[in-house]
Design a protein around this ligand. Structure first.
Ligand SMILES: *[C@@H]1O[C@H](CO)[C@@H](O)[C@H](O)[C@H]1NC(C)=O
Ligand SMILES: *[C@@H]1O[C@H](CO)[C@@H](O)[C@H](O)[C@H]1NC(C)=O
Ligand SMILES: *[C@@H]1O[C@H](CO)[C@@H](O)[C@H](O)[C@H]1NC(C)=O
Length: 419
């Protein structure tokens, strides 16, 4: 409060002083803001390549059809002179025996699945569809540098189920896994759901991991599946994704095509695009098939989506251990538990229901397979399972004629048994 003795002149001076200070503070804020905006725009110019054609998806995404040789991979210095492989030199043996397995009971036969943006168009041959990154996508990340990346040390390490792991950056898993051999690929058919996400900084995903090395700072990982991640995409839609890292998520790798690495050759499927439709509780079930395998001639790791779509490959040179083979394969779910309000998150994994509810209620992985040293795709032996807190998210595996090696997994997160 101004002292009554202060004259009109003093009041005006005080007022002017205050205004100058306010203006100064605003200018400082604006320059920090515009420096950040500049960095964001520069980053967007680097990752959004000029499209041949753009398609507006019903979910608000823009899918850019980018000429195959202009995709982000070719910003990588090691790929400057790279000749794109238009098909793998090797497929695993046994891949196409699957048509025989069409004998599933009809009520258990899930329908085919697609990407939402296909409703409004397709990309021409010779281009690859890329989800356009927008200013607001990057602003949701903690920094431009962290955009499109996982936090370090988020990998599930089954054997050491010590309590410390439960809290390792809040990531929780319910997985099946194999280890102790050399693996040259993995496959799974994954039930697709849209689990509830309690907090925008949390996510829920269902994927396979192809891992090389021990769980040190140089862990190599190739990952693919579906995810719901409000921070990464700005909504709660279920999206197809991939991830890779060669140093345990520290400095290398990213989701989808958000950095240079993965070379896409397919014009039909966009990484990070919404999958549609998704399964209904007690209703129609949908699943996607993902295969990742190593081309034994060129050494590259390829990915196939469904029966028909070879998406592209991760060049061998991106990796150290995986330049040879994988030492472990994992399949299953992962959520981030940020302990909102000091309690366990209510973010769901899988369908948000526990495995014992079974088909059409709990989420599943079926026909899980590995590619062995003889390049054969086969059912894995000695499948282990792992979860940090089975009262929050659980996993149950099994084996039968139609589904081969399979498991149900997931859960609702917070409940009277999971606080
Ligand atoms: C690419 O090719 C040019 C010309 O042949 C050569 O000078 C350059 O070293 C090559 N770069 C890489 C990364 O191999
Ligand atoms: C995780 O760590 C936080 C503090 O860092 C602690 O309050 C909480 O109880 C821990 N949760 C579990 C499940 O151990
Ligand atoms: C995502 O889901 C949460 C929880 O149901 C909801 O609070 C939030 O508004 C949703 N976000 C968007 C962008 O729809």
């Amino acid at each position: 409060m101004l002292a009554p003795a202060m004259g009109a002149h003093a009041q005006v001076v005080a007022l002017i002083y205050c205004c100058l200070w306010c203006a100064g503070a605003a200018a400082v804020a604006a320059s920090v803001g515009s420096r950040q905006q500049l960095a964001v725009r520069k980053h967007l110019r680097r990752i959004n390549k000029p499209p041949v054609k753009s398609i507006q998806s019903p979910d608000g995404d823009i899918i850019d059809c980018v000429h195959i040789s202009h995709q982000p991979a070719f910003d990588h210095p090691f790929l400057k002179n790279h000749t794109i492989q238009l098909r793998p030199a090797f497929h695993p043996e046994g891949l196409y025996d699957e048509s025989k397995v069409a004998s599933e009971p009809s009520e258990k036969k899930p329908s085919t699945i697609s990407q939402l943006w296909h409703q409004n168009g397709r990309c021409p041959e010779g281009t690859v569809p890329i989800r356009r990154t927008r200013v607001e996508d990057v602003f949701r990340a903690s920094s431009v540098k962290r955009y499109g990346r996982k936090k370090p040390r988020a990998i599930p390490k089954p054997r050491s189920a010590d309590p410390d792991l439960i809290n390792e950056s809040g990531h929780q898993h319910a997985i099946a896994y194999v280890e102790g051999d050399k693996y040259y690929g993995a496959k799974a058919i994954i039930n697709v759901w849209e689990p509830r996400i309690q907090q925008p900084n949390e996510f829920s995903l269902s994927q396979l991991w192809i891992l090389g090395g021990s769980f040190g700072e140089d862990l190599n990982s190739i990952e693919a599946g579906w995810q719901v991640s409000p921070d990464l995409y700005g909504d709660n839609n279920t999206r197809l994704f991939t991830y890779w890292t060669s140093d345990a998520y520290q400095a290398t790798g990213c989701y989808n095509l958000l950095c240079s690495g993965f070379i896409q050759i397919n014009s039909n499927i966009a990484m990070g695009a919404t999958i549609s439709p998704i399964s209904d509780y007690s209703g129609s079930q949908y699943d996607i098939s993902i295969l990742v395998w190593k081309d034994l001639k060129e050494g590259n790791w390829w990915m196939q989506f469904g029966q028909d779509f070879v998406l592209g490959y991760w060049p061998s040179f991106l990796f150290s251990y995986l330049a040879d083979s994988a030492s472990m394969v994992e399949w299953g779910g992962e959520v981030v538990n940020s302990q909102p309000d000091g309690e366990h998150t209510a973010t769901g994994m899988g369908s948000g229901h526990f495995p014992e509810e079974g088909f059409s209620k709990a989420s599943y992985f079926r026909n899980i397979q590995i590619v062995d040293e003889s390049n054969n795709l086969r059912s894995p032996k000695d499948v282990g399972s792992f979860t940090e807190q089975s009262n929050c998210y659980d996993v149950r595996n099994g084996n039968n004629g139609d589904w081969g090696s399979y498991f149900y997994y997931g859960g609702p997160g917070r409940s009277p048994n999971c606080q």
